[in-house]
Design a protein around this ligand. Sequence first.
Ligand code: 13P
Ligand code: SF4
Length: 305
Amino acid sequence: MDVVDRINKLKEEKNAIILAHNYQPKEIQKIADFLGDSLELCIKAKETDADIIVFCGVDFMAESAKILNPDKKVLMPEIEGTQCPMAHQLPPEIIKKYREKYPEAPLVVYVNTTAETKALADITCTSANADKVVNSLDTDVVLFGPDNNLAYYVQKRTDKKVIAIPEGGGCYVHKKFTIDDLKRVKSKYPNAKVLIHPECNPELQDNADYIASTSGILRIVLESDDEEFIIGTEVGMINRLEIELEKLGKQKKLIPLKEDAICHEMKKITLEKIEKCLLEERYEIKLKKEVIEKAQKAIERMLNI
Ligand code: 13P
Ligand code: SF4
């Protein structure tokens, strides 16, 4: 039996499900039961009747799965180096400062935050629903963090005042893309449609054909009649696009905006680590009960929109 067969056998014996984010390495995506963006993974985690959720992604995603399934065992195949740096940019002490300054403004936090931060938020959002979430609130001013670029995206789609917190917050992978990168790639592929993730800098967003979350990018590539796309997000997304195009027997040209746009935290998981994770039931996500209860309210409020 090879490692994939052994994983499948263990999964069956333990009634486990493997959820994986669109940025995971291709071999992980291929064995996952469900692939998706942050929002889809939250929904799937809530719906599953598996006893064990093996989460292949970064810390905040596995924590969201635990928050939505407090009675289930949520495991990550690797715990070292799988912390999304942006998720740690909005700690409780910074929130307190802004809450004091803007006592009337609700706090919207990106799901790319720790469980403790979610517990202090009024509502969460993902890149697939951030504008909808902000527009659903009954106030003129909102605090929004930690991604300043996603805040820019939302500001363009709402009449409310969006206060981005903390100053300079954002993703080191998406902030790497520059307008010169786009000009260079576009000059080589002038007919390619430009797909940009809302974590990218404003000038990239302003020059995109489409701005979308990873699931939005997938939908556009699969459904559009266009044949060439410049992919302005983490390179793992190309794995997901290739897998889905192959299933449909389609071929399209996928050009990474930058070959080295790699989220290192997403690449720590291997098939061997998944096998060990299932065998030893490690590494279990554990959160305090009161944090789960409060964070759950903020996530559920988003899911109900
Ligand atoms: P998506 O929700 O679009 O998959 O984004 C998650 C993420 O971490 C992007 O960097
Ligand atoms: Fe975090 Fe950026 Fe990696 Fe997404 S791509 S998980 S935001 S570091």
